[in-house]
Design a protein around this ligand. Structure first.
Ligand SMILES: Nc1ncnc2c1ncn2[C@@H]1O[C@H](COP(=O)(O)OP(=O)(O)OP(=O)(O)O)[C@@H](O)[C@H]1O
Ligand SMILES: [Mg+2]
Length: 259
């Protein structure tokens, strides 16, 4: 049971490798098995979505990959330390957009003289040019998630972990951010492990959708998504595959008596 960060130069075979990962938590009735024997690879540059019903252990799994918690069994190896982005932007409200990004650069050891320029570049990458001096409360929900994305990118990780980052946004803003994320992923060559319970979102974004079962979470099925990007959530092939996946997900939820 371990989480290991392989230095960038040592291995580029996998951005992340999970081998027989299980996780239990102490509950009122003893140990509760949340994740059971999960093996999963994310290739360099690959975009994988992890899909599953509420409570199936998606965040638990992402936190393990991020190194925030340790697996009860099995091992996790990642290509460098991953960057993590949550549903809540978790920006510091007393700092401007630019300073939030600079803080991440500082923590990474970027010299002070380079930080401002790099922060401006990152803001441009997420299409927020000119928002350097804006405070968090002056930004819309979508803009905050853009800043959060820029801050995650400031960590210069090979692997970006995203835990339902757009779940709180309205449908149109979410569509826009899907487009931005796809573009940024294509431009940067990052590997992305993206958690969602939204089937259409999973299909819109991913090269591969991994469905987790519930109680305990296991890899139930995987789908390769060969629909060319840019996709739209309402495109017929996206809708068609989403329908197929939804049927399997429904079966999973029914099997576990959840609603
Ligand atoms: N630190 C913890 N201690 C005890 N139980 C936990 C802990 N973290 C998570 N759990 C339990 O593990 C299970 C999975 O939780 P998790 O948050 O990973 O689910 P999820 O798939 O991310 O759900 P959602 O879609 O609602 O975000 C839940 O039953 C939860 O109560
Ligand atoms: Mg969660």
């Amino acid at each position: 049971m371990s989480t290991t960060y392989v230095k960038a130069a040592e291995s580029v075979e996998h951005a992340a490798r999970l081998e027989h990962v299980s996780k239990s938590f102490a509950g009122p009735g003893g140990q509760q098995l949340v994740l059971d024997d999960i093996s999963l690879d994310v290739a360099p540059g690959e975009f994988v979505t992890l899909l599953g019903a509420s409570g199936c252990g998606k965040s638990t799994l992402l936190n393990l990959v991020a190194g925030l918690d340790k697996p009860s069994a099995g091992s996790i190896t990642t290509h460098g330390r991953p960057a993590l982005m949550f549903q809540e932007h978790a920006l510091f409200p007393w700092l401007t957009a630019g300073k939030n990004i600079e803080l991440a650069l500082k923590l990474r050891g970027v010299p002070k003289s380079d930080r401002r320029g790099r922060a401006e570049q990152l803001l441009e990458l997420v299409r927020l040019k000119g928002s350097y001096g804006k405070r968090v409360h002056e930004l819309s929900g979508g803009m905050r998630q853009r800043v959060a994305m820029a801050r995650a990118l400031a960590q210069d990780s090979q692997l970006l972990l995203m835990d339902e980052p757009f779940a709180a946004l309205d449908a149109i803003t979410r569509d826009l951010l899907h487009d931005e994320l796809t573009r940024i992923w294509e431009e940067t060559g990052l590997s992305v492990l993206f958690v969602t319970h939204n089937v259409r979102e999973a299909v819109r974004l991913a090269q591969r959708v991994v469905l987790l079962s519930s109680r305990p979470g296991r890899v139930a099925r995987e789908w390769q998504v060969d629909i060319p990007q840019p996709r739209r959530i309402e495109d017929a092939p996206v809708a068609e595959l989403s329908l197929e996946i939804t049927e399997v997900l429904r079966g999973e939820i029914r099997r576990h008596g959840q609603h």
